[in-house]
Design a protein around this ligand. Structure first.
Ligand code: NAP
Length: 318
């Protein structure tokens, strides 16, 4: 397969699809260095107000378009060097389908989704390279009452915590492209590392998200509340089921074990609203299918009982 090299000086734009928290964070970071087009569902002014992880407010001007306009070629439409899909997992295939008529079939994709649902499906069906990212960058869109006096000066996106992004493809066929993209992100100020076996990273993150996100979303509590003794038996039972699935899937456990890893994240992010809780509070669909669905499917595949995971799936808003 021919791989188009993505270089920092490429004239071709990076298409970032999904003007949500991560899409705006990536766009604002990259637009200072590379030609970027941010595609959203609605039209928006050509600027992003970003509150950095150091608490500074910056306005970044960039090209923004409605996805439907770009796809219909109502605007100048040069082939992108890379398409970064920054939608929620359940929206990603539809967004890609909408772009498909305007993309050459070998255009490289970068998937930013959590979970492990859209990654294998798109990797199997897309003719070009499909890179997947596992990122610990944390960003959110502030929810503010339009009547609030802070509303007009609110940032569009808050970079809550700087993290690290690992990039690779599920079959390890595109290490050069993964390294080039990671280098571009690095030049844009993000910490990014090319990675062989990105599947390990995606499942390891899924293991943590599968406990913290659904429990906090269904109980409408902050991450740190999960350290309370009333949650311990349930978390222990969930971690036991998840650990068995990870072992059956060949996913390396962390050196300290899954329980200690998850308790560590609960402690380190105690004050946070998980992304799934933010979705519930904003009335958006959650990613329960992308995060708990692969565990339930893997349990069936390996003939492992997963009553706690299934009960959690049923209790989690969707
Ligand atoms: N935020 C984080 O810190 C973070 C960290 C790691 C991983 N992730 C993962 O990154 C992905 C994106 O998360 P997020 O927090 O950025 O979500 P988000 O804030 O909900 O943003 C998703 C965006 O996608 C847009 N969208 C949906 N369908 C679309 C379509 N067909 N065409 C164009 N735009 C479309 C949505 O538009 P509307 O606004 O019109 O709904 C929304 O703006 C998720 O899978 C998440 O798990 C996020």
């Amino acid at each position: 397969m021919t791989i188009r090299t993505v270089t920092p000086v490429a004239d071709a734009p990076w298409l970032i699809v999904g003007a949500g928290a991560l899409g705006q964070l990536f766009s604002a970071s990259l637009a200072r260095h590379y030609p970027v087009i941010l595609l959203g569902r609605q039209s928006a002014p050509p600027a992003i107000r970003l509150r950095t992880s150091e608490g500074m407010d910056h306005q970044v001007t960039l090209r923004r378009e409605r996805l439907s306009d770009w796809a219909a070629e109502r605007s100048r439409n040069e082939p992108p060097a890379l398409v970064v899909l920054a939608t929620k997992s359940h929206d990603t295939q539809a967004a890609l389908d909408a772009l498909m008529p305007r993309l050459t079939p070998t255009t490289p994709l970068l998937l930013l989704q959590n979970g492990f649902q859209v990654q294998p499906r798109i990797s199997e069906h897309w003719a070009g390279p499909v890179l997947c990212a596992s990122t610990t960058e944390a960003a959110y869109r502030p929810l503010l009452d339009p009547e609030s006096e802070l509303y007009s000066t609110r940032p569009d996106v808050v970079h809550a915590a700087a993290g690290e992004t690992w990039i690779g493809d599920l079959d390890d066929r595109h290490p050069t492209l993964a390294a080039a993209v990671a280098e571009c992100l690095g030049k844009a100020g993000m910490t990014a590392t090319p990675c062989l076996d990105i599947r390990q990273r995606l499942w390891q993150k899924l293991a943590v998200n599968a406990v913290i996100n659904p429990l906090t979303a269904s109980h409408r509590i902050r991450n740190g509340d999960l350290a309370g003794p009333e949650f311990r038996p349930r978390i222990v039972a969930l971690v036991a089921e998840i650990g068995r699935i990870m072992q059956a899937e060949g996913i390396q456990p962390p050196a300290t074990g899954w329980q200690a890893l998850i308790e560590g994240v609960i402690e380190a992010t105690a004050a946070n609203h998980s992304s799934m809780l933010q979705d519930v509070l904003a009335g958006r669909p959650t990613e329960r299918g992308a995060i708990l669905g692969p565990l339930i499917d893997a349990g069936l595949r390996h003939r492992l009982d997963t009553p706690e995971i299934i009960a959690l799936y049923q209790a989690t808003p969707h």
